[in-house]
Design a binder for this molecule. Structure first.
Ligand SMILES: Nc1nc2c(ncn2[C@@H]2O[C@H](COP(=O)(O)OP(=O)(O)OP(=O)(O)O)[C@@H](O)[C@H]2O)c(=O)[nH]1
Ligand SMILES: [Mg+2]
Length: 361
């Protein structure tokens, strides 16, 4: 099971461009709205300097990064939740993702159509957020109708759920996303509401200094702070072009612009934090590999990521922390220096652990 992000935003916000850059899959990009009709699914490798560093020290035959799954869907328009545009169908595509990447257009380009007279990121964000809320209201009210009948028969559990749902419904109607309505977690779980999902705003700007992008972007940053939503600024077009370059050219280019890493890397790293994900590493038969688990995952479940047999037959985990490994400079040195810990079934995997699992088959 991979971790999933769904990209939402207005038509021509640059969703497919960013999706392409992320996945280097080539979804159709065009300057007319609704270019994307079917959702596209892609795999984004997670850039990971630690993986590179470990690789330099142990020189494996193969290095395999961990990945995020990304879904690119068609642009939403006002009324999407009621079936307007290509509508509700697209919202249903992202019901099951783990998090939302909300792309907001800040670049100016007279050849690319957009909502309204001018570029206005605050208006755009509000349109999308309203559609997500309305779509959730519909789901909640459907559930309310269903559960009301049960509640009338005197079913205590149904009555309690009904009370919680009504609270959620009125919150949504006032514009409060479900993720900010507290104390209803177990009632929310089954509904897969869109506004319970963690969200990240991606401000799609033009190349540095070419238009009023940065002014537009600032208004969005302010909103993001107010809403407590993480935000990443990237130039979709630039990032997509960067993908055409080899690693060396890319680094040179970034240095020239004074960036430490690409906006795309920034986006993925933030996505990771947003999803509360951590990375652990395995080195088996000359293959160094990074794996992703949710923070709080126990060693057997982490082994199960690799193979279900390894979870079933789990005996122990031999763990060397990344920092200790780097200090020691080699796995056997780390072992000799006493940095290898033997951990059992109740060990919670830590970010950066280098693990060898022992298991029965
Ligand atoms: N100038 C400029 N143009 C961009 C940028 N990002 C995307 N575009 C252009 O905007 C147009 C629309 O981009 P898409 O990525 O197809 O937009 P979308 O959000 O997927 O649109 P729909 O699928 O119709 O919802 C294309 O012509 C892109 O080349 C950018 O950062 N700067
Ligand atoms: Mg598209």
């Amino acid at each position: 099971m991979g971790f999933n992000c769904g990209i939402v935003g207005l038509p021509n916000a640059g969703k497919s461009t960013i999706f392409n850059a992320l996945t280097s899959a080539h979804a159709e990009v065009a300057s007319y709205p609704f270019c994307t009709i079917n959702p596209h699914q892609g795999i984004a490798p997670v850039p990971d300097p630690r993986l590179t560093r470990i690789g330099q020290l142990i020189r494996p035959k193969k290095i395999i990064p961990t990945t995020l799954e990304v879904w690119d869907i068609a642009g939403l328009v006002k009324g999407a939740s009621k079936g307007e545009g290509l509508g509700n169908q697209f919202l249903s595509h992202i019901r099951n993702v783990d998090a939302l990447i909300h792309v907001v257009r800040c670049f100016e380009d007279e050849n690319v159509a957009h909502e309204g007279e001018r570029i206005d990121p605050l208006r755009d964000v509000e349109i999308i957020n309203t559609e997500l809320l309305l779509s959730d209201v519909e789901i909640v009210s459907r559930r309310i109708t269903k559960i009301s009948k049960l509640a009338k028969t005197g079913d205590k559990q149904a009555q309690e759920e009904l009370k919680a749902l009504k609270k959620i419904e009125s919150g949504l109607n006032e514009g409060v996303p479900a993720r900010r309505i507290e104390g209803n977690e177990h009632h929310l779980k089954e509904l897969s509401l869109l506004t319970t999902k963690p969200v990240l705003y991606v401000v799609n700007v033009s190349e540095p200094g070419t238009d009023r992008s940065s002014e537009h972007a600032q208004s969005l940053m302010d909103l993001a702070v107010q809403e407590n939503v993480p935000v990443v600024t990237i130039s979709g077009k630039l990032e997509d072009e960067l993908q055409e370059l080899n690693e060396e050219e890319k680094q040179g280019f970034l240095r020239e612009y004074g960036f430490e890493r690409s906006g795309l890397e920034e986006l993925i790293i933030n996505g990771y934090q947003l999803l509360k994900l951590i990375t652990f590493y395995t080195t088996v038969s000359e293959e160094l590999r990074a794996w992703t688990v949710k923070k709080g995952t126990m060693a057997p479940a982490a082994a199960g990521k690799i193979h279900s047999d390894m979870e079933k037959g789990f005996i122990k985990a031999e763990v060397i922390n990344y920092e200790d490994f780097i200090t020691a400079g080699a796995l056997h040195h780390a072992r000799e220096e006493g940095h290898l810990a033997l951990e059992g079934k109740v060990y919670e995997v830590k970010d950066g652990d280098i693990i060898t699992f022992k298991f029965n088959v």
